[in-house]
Design a protein around this ligand. Structure first.
Ligand code: GAL
Length: 386
């Protein structure tokens, strides 16, 4: 866009002057850098649009704030928007960012397939798009993807469940005193319009497969296919309702429920509320089933500390934000960001170069080491759950 403006402004002065202007490298000058941005543009002249899905989940607030503050530290101006998990709101916010002339977009989508027209407009204006944590599908105009190793997150979720059920030790080795009778579990997946949900589910179910095949683990409801167990918008309320229905349909005759595979802390808390409401627990010591999670949200970390939720997966949002900022800075300086995965994330149109981060399983025993010593939470936050 800048090129067009500049060429139009200088057209009347003749070709020689136009070329001289294009060769200039002063602030706001032009070159052929990806995204059409100057290799030495002043960050204070550049605005980055950051679109986050919702403020109802604490993790996205942390992500939004981390991205904003890290970009501002580098001198960029930031337009940060949250969309209340409403697809039209997010589309509108991104449209507006494009109209207002942002230089780059960082987007954590609500529905990974709903932003094609926004991405077309961004491409037409040479605005690079970085998909943040969630891949944007069906578009050629996603330049880069920063996320965690999502398949491995699913493996870790199932691993934590296997630890809780007594099949594995926390170091991943086989437990010497593994249960000899079948363990009953139920299975939850994330939002079907979020590309990550399938990765988490596949990682988890492939890890549980040997146990399901030889009957060491059983799913008494029989509900194991993704579409049946998915939770639209990762809704805590929907998860609570489905767990209540499962307890009525499958466990009202006194059958044991030993564990629940949950892909996200909000879902975990909905499941736990349903279980406690039906008289399970209230703590693990008092027979509450093992429930996994994801995101190390403070409310869930506190439940883990109190011996209620069994585990979660810690994805350090500070590191994800920092990776997004590194990628953004590369584009804005006219470079290509460094990818560490160029095979996994096919969005239906192309393989999107990605940077994947590693995650950790949080158990009661390593809350201090992973979350407090690293400064992610204070002991007081863990104690109060806020
Ligand atoms: C996913 C994300 C998870 C969790 C979930 C619900 O896209 O990867 O970490 O936050 O959304 O918000």
């Amino acid at each position: 866009m800048r090129i067009n403006r500049l060429v139009a402004a200088t057209a009347g002065l003749g070709l020689a002057l136009t070329l001289a202007a294009c060769g200039g490298q002063g602030a706001g000058g032009v070159d052929d850098a990806p995204g059409g941005n100057s290799a030495d543009a002043d960050p204070s002249d550049q605005t980055i649009g950051v679109a986050m899905p919702t403020q109802t989940s604490e993790r996205w607030i942390a992500d939004g704030e981390a991205v904003k503050s890290q970009l501002e530290e580098k001198g960029y101006t930031v337009d940060l928007q949250f969309a209340n998990d409403d697809i039209p709101t997010q589309s509108q916010q991104i449209d507006q960012m494009i109209t207002q002339g942002v230089d780059l977009l960082i987007i954590a989508s609500i529905d990974g397939t709903a932003l094609s027209s926004q991405l077309e407009s961004a491409a037409a204006k040479d605005i690079p798009v970085i998909a943040y944590d969630r891949l944007i599908n069906g578009s050629d105009h996603v330049e880069f993807y920063v996320t965690f190793d999502n398949y491995n997150v699913g493996v870790q979720q199932a691993t934590s469940l296997l630890v809780g059920l007594g099949f594995l030790e926390e170091d991943g080795t086989e437990a010497a005193d593994a249960p000899t009778s079948p363990q009953n579990i139920e299975v939850f997946a994330g939002s079907p319009d979020d590309n990550n949900a399938g990765f988490f589910f596949d990682g988890a179910m492939e890890t549980l497969a040997p146990y399901l095949e030889d009957g060491r683990i059983v799913v008494p409801s029989g509900q194991t296919d993704f579409d049946t167990v998915a939770t639209l918008r990762w809704s805590q309320e929907a998860a609570q309702t489905r767990m209540e229905d499962l307890l009525t349909s499958t466990y009202s005759g006194g059958e044991e429920l030993d564990g629940v595979l949950s892909p996200f802390d909000g879902i975990s808390r909905g499941v736990i509320t349903a279980l406690q409401g039906a008289g399970h627990g209230p703590s693990l010591e008092e027979g509450l089933p093992i429930v996994s999670g994801q995101d190390a949200e403070i409310a869930s970390v506190s439940l883990i500390d109190q011996g209620v939720q069994f585990a979660t997966i810690f994805k350090d949002t500070r590191k994800l934000a920092s990776q997004a900022v590194t990628a953004a800075t590369s584009f804005l300086e006219g470079d290509e960001p460094e990818a560490n995965d160029t095979e996994t994330y096919d969005n239906g149109v192309k393989i999107v170069p990605s940077y994947l981060l590693e995650s950790d399983i949080v158990y009661k025993e390593n809350i201090s080491e992973l979350l407090i010593d690293s400064g992610y939470y204070t002991q007081e936050q863990v104690d109060t759950g806020q």
